[in-house]
Design a binder for this molecule. Structure first.
Ligand code: IMP
Length: 180
């Protein structure tokens, strides 16, 4: 890419604020499920950093599993069709399941996952989303636990990517792509 045409990055949420907020969300979960076990289901790949930090701050017995999905679409726009790439390793029947998402955008992915998981008879089914972009919602889904509500910007870092880049950034940054 010629110089000057690199994507521009601007910090939106700093690592210290992320750490503080993850602690707050973990305490909410700890309070809500006092004395019980929670089963965290991370949605690959974006949620892996949030799940790892959250799991270590929750003061309860926890177990973890992962699921991977892909949504079809052109130019980054989701078409509404979600495809399962990797299913859970084990049954969630009778468990307190918390679906851990990187970002809630149109809600299509989460809507698909909630329908799938409901059929598997968990004891409870909740959602923890690290980020929420409510202005983009197509499906009326909501998170029970939210890290940060953000404006309609494309963000990367702390697990979120653009074409598999930037996931390991410690801060969440707005990514502005050069016009083609
Ligand atoms: P939804 O199905 O539209 O809610 O989209 C969920 C998925 O789209 C997320 O799990 C992300 O992988 C991706 N996504 C949505 N917005 C962003 C963003 O701003 N940055 C990176 N990925 C995003």
């Amino acid at each position: 890419m010629p110089k000057g045409r690199q994507p521009q990055r601007k910090v939106l949420i700093r690592r210290a604020a992320i750490k503080r907020r993850v602690g707050v969300v973990a305490r909410q979960i700890t309070r809500d499920f006092k004395g019980q076990r929670v089963h965290l289901v991370g949605v690959l790949k974006g949620a892996c950093f949030f799940l790892a930090d959250l799991a270590r701050e929750i003061d309860l017995e926890t177990s973890i599993d992962f699921i991977a999905v892909a949504s079809y679409g052109r130019g980054g726009e989701s078409s509404g069709q979600v495809r399962l790439l990797k299913d859970l390793d084990s049954s969630i029947a009778g468990l307190n399941v918390i679906v851990v998402e990187d970002i809630l955008d149109t809600g299509l992915t989460l809507n698909y996952l909630l329908n799938l998981f409901r059929q598997r008879r968990p004891k409870t089914l909740r959602v923890a989303a690290f980020l929420d972009k409510p202005s983009r919602r197509v499906q009326p889904v909501k998170a029970d636990y939210t890290g940060f509500t953000i404006p309609n910007e494309f963000v990367v870092g702390y697990g979120l990517d653009h074409a598999e880049r930037y996931r390991s950034l410690k801060d969440v940054c707005v990514l502005r792509l050069p016009r083609t």
